[in-house]
Write a protein that binds this ligand. Structure first.
Ligand SMILES: Nc1ncnc2c1ncn2[C@@H]1O[C@H](COP(=O)(O)OP(=O)(O)OP(=O)(O)O)[C@@H](O)[C@H]1O
Ligand SMILES: [Mg+2]
Length: 276
C-alpha cells in the first residue's frame, strides 16, 4: 500500500537576509500511513513548522522528495491535488479567522474553491457538528473563547474535505479546557478517517498518536509508537523533551520498588495498574 505521505531525504536551507544559508531540515525521511495519527515533537527551532509547510507544498525541497499519495509536491501539475488533500491548522486562531460570522468563516474555503452553495451549506453544518459548535454558528468569532475559535478554524479546514489535516501546535495558545476540547475534536476527526499530523509541545497529546516522530536540529532522532518513544526517557531529556506525566510517575514508582510495567503511558494505564 502506498503511504499517504512519504518524505525522502528532505533537506532545506533558509536563505538569511545577509545571503548566508541556515539549515532547517537535514536528510529527513519518514512516512505516514493513510488514516493514521502521527505526532511530531521536538524542541523550539528543531524544524517542525518548516517540515509542516512541506506537507501541502507551501515549501518545495532544496533536495529530497515529498510525495502525497504518490504525487511529487515539486511537480507543478500536482500542486492543486496536493493542496486539496492536505489542510493546515496553525497555532493562533485569530490569524486564521477571516469573517465576522462563524458560519461565513467556515464557508470561506469552499466558496473560494467554487463549491456549489447547497453543498457549502451541507459541509458547514457537518463541520460545525464535528467541532461541536453548532449553537455558535451565527456568533461573531470575537465573542468566542480561544478554544472555540480554534475549533472554528478546524471546522474551516474540515469544510475543505481534505484527507489529511496538519495541525501545527493547535493548542499552544489555549487554556487547559480549550486544549482538552481541541484534542477531543482532533481525535474525532481521526476516528472519521482523516489522516492527522499533530505538531505539539504537549507529551500528553503526543501519546495519543499511533506514531511519534522526534525532530532535533532538523533531523529525525526517533520514530516509533508512543510506547517505543516514551520509554527512552533519558534520551528525550538530553533533547530537552519531557515524557507524559504518567510515564514519569511510573518511573518514580519503579525506583521505589513498585512493579509498574513499561507499557504505562496514560493516566488510565497507571490507575488500572495501581488498582489491580
Ligand atoms: N522564515 C525563516 N527564515 C529564516 N530562518 C527560519 C525561518 N523560519 C524558521 N527559520 C529557522 O529554521 C529553524 C527551524 O524553525 P522552525 O520554525 O521550523 O522550528 P519549530 O520546530 O517549528 O520551532 P517552534 O517549536 O519554536 O515552533 C530555526 O532555526 C529557525 O530559526
Ligand atoms: Mg513551529
Amino acid at each position: 500500500m502506498t503511504p499517504f505521505l512519504e518524505i525522502k531525504d528532505l533537506t532545506f536551507d533558509y536563505i538569511q537576509q545577509d545571503g548566508s544559508t541556515s539549515r532547517a531540515l537535514s536528510g529527513v525521511s519518514f512516512h505516514v500511513n493513510k488514516g493514521s495519527f502521527t505526532a511530531i515533537i521536538g524542541q523550539n527551532g528543531s524544524g517542525k513548522s518548516t517540515l509542516a509547510k512541506y506537507m501541502n507544498a507551501l515549501l518545495l525541497p532544496t533536495s529530497g522528495q515529498v510525495l502525497v499519495e504518490g504525487m511529487d509536491t515539486a511537480d507543478p501539475a500536482s500542486l492543486w491535488e496536493v493542496r486539496k488533500r492536505v489542510a493546515m491548522v496553525f497555532q493562533n486562531p485569530d490569524n486564521q479567522i477571516v469573517s465576522s460570522i462563524v458560519e461565513d468563516d467556515i464557508a470561506f474555503g469552499p466558496e473560494n474553491l467554487g463549491v456549489d452553495p447547497d453543498e457549502i451549506r451541507r459541509r458547514v453544518a457537518e463541520a460545525l457538528q464535528d467541532v461541536e459548535m453548532g449553537e455558535y454558528r451565527r456568533k461573531a468569532p470575537h465573542q468566542l473563547s480561544g478554544g472555540q475559535k480554534q475549533r472554528i478554524a478546524i471546522a474551516g479546514a474540515v469544510a475543505l474535505q481534505p484527507e489529511c489535516i496538519v495541525f501545527d501546535e493547535p493548542t499552544a495558545m489555549l487554556d487547559p479546557k480549550g486544549r482538552t476540547e481541541v484534542m477531543k475534536v482532533i481525535r474525532r476527526l481521526h476516528e472519521k478517517g482523516i489522516t492527522v499530523i499533530l505538531i505539539t509541545h504537549f507529551m500528553e497529546e503526543a501519546v495519543q498518536a499511533d506514531q511519534v516522530i522526534v525532530l532535533d536540529e532538523g533531523t529525525v532522532k526517533m520514530n516509533g509508537t508512543p510506547g517505543e518513544i516514551f520509554r527512552r526517557r533519558e534520551e528525550l531529556e538530553e533533547l530537552s523533551l519531557d515524557v507524559p506525566a504518567p510515564v514519569r510517575l511510573a518511573h518514580l514508582l519503579r525506583q521505589r520498588g513498585i512493579d509498574v510495567p513499561q507499557s504505562v503511558q496514560t493516566n488510565e494505564d497507571l490507575v488500572r495498574c495501581l488498582c489491580r
